[in-house]
Design a protein around this ligand. Structure first.
Ligand code: SAM
Ligand code: DTB
Ligand code: SF4
Length: 352
């Protein structure tokens, strides 16, 4: 009989099976994850997404990890919905830097119907640059998901964040089933689903298993699965949370890879505090997507040239765009990026 990790895409995981995956010796887990990864993906490619906050702070929700909740004093500068022109400008920069997907995030509980014409315009304009588009705007009703899909939005991000059992410790202003409902509305609209969670919030190993079980037992796996390491922001209730053992983080990525073998698993927030060696282990565990931008929504991310240098040291190349971009255009951008990353380390910065 085939071992579970060699079986095709499954949606019937039990908690015990997921916990058993986590409990294996680390090297066995890594070997399985890398074996699964190689069946569906080029192991030396990573997808690059650039993230932009299109509306920052003053969010009415109480997610305890989030610097953008109006309930916590995090010293954040609040910003209204960005003008479409500003978004296009940022998207062009992202494309020139070699990103293939542009993700736009808003600190909303859910969008108001009056916001939709603005965000759908953003989708159309960014898409016309030849970038894949993704948005994360909070909960969506069926008609809102359909309007975004009709505008051409490729992906919608909405995270489950943690297990159903731990969820009440994290957010009280929306329920786990609200989140599942939004994912259902996104799926029904025909958009691709981006859904994952956060680790390092004081949850147990069983909770990490519970989160992955929920994601993998959805009727269809999310095409993109962001695994965020909590970014501890002063002023949020989780500011003093104990550090998670980095190997537990890697195990979470590896188990996600095994359970969702056809999905992109994104090594998401938290890279700013990870060294190159840990990120390399995450890629070995099957992560094949990153946020490629100097900042996430409100917190720092490694600089683009630092990322290019890391990918270059690991002989990893950026994954090509799957949609309407002129291939010669994209090859030229990436070639230039890789060349400059190759030479960067030969010079020391005489200014510092
Ligand atoms: N407001 C929308 C929502 O919550 O659905 C969209 C934006 S929200 C910031 C997107 C996701 O970012 C959250 O669901 C959470 O998983 C992640 N996130 C937010 N703050 C984080 C932090 N401090 N560390 C890690 N991930 C975080
Ligand atoms: C996701 O899973 N992670 C991103 C994205 N989806 C929108 C957000 C990370 C936010 C980290 C904290 C901040 O920068 O505010
Ligand atoms: Fe608001 Fe999203 Fe932050 Fe929750 S995660 S407080 S919904 S911006």
């Amino acid at each position: 009989m085939l071992p579970s990790y060699m079986k095709p895409v499954r949606h019937d995981w039990t908690k015990q099976q997921v916990e058993d995956l986590f409990e294996q010796p680390f090297n066995d887990l890594m070997f399985q994850a890398q074996s699964v990864h190689r069946k569906k993906f080029n192991p030396n490619e990573v997808q690059l997404s650039t993230l932009l906050s299109i509306k920052t702070g003053a969010c009415p929700e109480d997610c305890k990890y989030c610097p953008q909740s109006a309930r916590y004093d995090t010293g954040l500068e609040v910003e209204k919905l960005l003008a479409v022109e500003k978004v296009i400008e940022e998207a062009k920069l992202a494309k020139d830097a070699g990103a293939t997907r542009f993700c736009m995030g808003a600190a909303w509980r859910s969008p108001k119907d009056k916001d939709l014409p603005y965000v759908t315009k953003m989708v159309q304009e960014v898409k016309s640059l030849g970038l894949e588009t993704c948005m994360t705007l909070g909960m969506l009703k069926e008609n809102q998901a359909q309007a975004l899909a009709d505008a051409g939005l490729d992906y919608y991000n909405h995270n489950l964040d943690t297990s159903p059992e731990y969820y009440g410790e994290v957010t009280t202003t929306r329920t786990y089933s609200d989140r599942i409902n939004t994912l259902g509305n996104v799926r029904k609209s025909g958009m691709k689903v981006c859904a994952g969670g956060i680790v390092g919030m004081g949850e147990s190993k069983a909770d990490r298993a519970g989160l992955l079980m929920q994601l993998a037992n959805l009727p269809q796996h999310p095409e993109s699965v962001p695994i965020n390491m909590l970014v501890k922001v002063d002023g949020t209730p989780f500011e003093d949370e104990k550090d998670l053992d980095p190997f537990e983080f890697i195990r979470t990525i590896a188990v996600a890879r095994i359970m969702m073998p056809e999905s992109h698993v994104r090594l998401s927030a938290g890279r700013e505090s990870m060294n190159d060696e840990l990120q390399a282990l995450a890629f070995l565990a099957g992560a094949n997507s990153i946020f490629y931008c100097d900042s996430l929504l409100t917190t720092a991310n490694p600089k683009a040239n630092q990322d290019m240098a890391l990918l270059n040291r690991l002989d990893i190349v950026p994954e090509k765009n799957k949609i309407n971009i002129d291939p010669s255009d994209q090859e030229e951008i990436l070639h230039k990026k890789i060349l400059s990353a190759k030479t960067d380390h030969l010079f020391y910065n005489a200014v510092n």
